[in-house]
Design a protein around this ligand. Sequence first.
Ligand code: SF4
Length: 325
Amino acid sequence: MQPILETKNLTKVFFRGSLLARDRIVAVDNVSFKMYRGEVFTLAGESGCGKSTTARMILGFEQPTSGEIIYENRDEKWNPRVWYTQRIQAVFQNPFETFNPLRQVEGYLFETVRNYKLAASRADSERLVDEKLRAVGLSYAEVAGRYPSEFSGGQLQRISIARSLLVDPSVLIADEPVSMVDASLRMSIVNLFKRLRDDLNMGILYITHDLATAYYLGGRIAIMFRGNIMEMGPVHEVLMTPRHPYTHLLRECIPEADPDRKWQGRISIAETEQEEYLRQGCKFAGRCPHVMDICKIKVPENYMVDGIQVKCHLYSDQKIVEEVS
Ligand code: SF4
């Protein structure tokens, strides 16, 4: 089966500090994965692990330093205007930021119809908008003439997803889509992603710090730490039987979403994060209970352990992964 979206050695380097004393932070370090139609692929990890920077590069908000993003087997050489808006759509963390409080919500939907020339008449536009709203459990009648403040966070997130669906994307990138939605409504949004995956055969790239929803969605998961994929494989297998010491730790201690996450350009990282990003060898060596001398000097390879890709010297007797699957 052809992947619908693939990254090959995707890398993003930021520089921090003054011209004379600059630190080179590799925020995303040779990240390679493939995702397929009808699949949920999760990028998970703590704040500052590189998962959102990876998403930003796929969406064209950030230019990769090196590496490739391949959509439907075509290497578009990071030309987001060509394929991002047409084939890949995104849903973000805060639905209240997506909509101007002074503008009726339907305006966003009809604007997308107009921009992409998706309908020939007002009646066709309304039919299309209603169809997509029904796909997310709403209808045009429920939305018409209303402002963002008249909806719950969960409803606004649904409307945001409906807007994404207007262009019939084949990939939906969902970046922490439920972290600001009331706990009682979270599962309904997560179930909606399951439905979109199954009914529309979409590929869903789910970005989260929340391992519980990742587990519930199923599919495959890549656990990221300081720009690196530490462990990757079927989500149930990875989370129930973690091989990598970091996955063990993450499972025991699920961190909160970072409310200060920056979407534009600069990155802001705490001291310990910076130390970890600059660390030679394995980035997790400073916290790992199994650390060995080699971990402090040599970056581990990706090893294949019972069908799971693991970046850790503990598995150096296993086969090195030549190409991600
Ligand atoms: Fe721990 Fe070493 Fe494995 Fe890194 S490579 S996770 S430090 S054992």
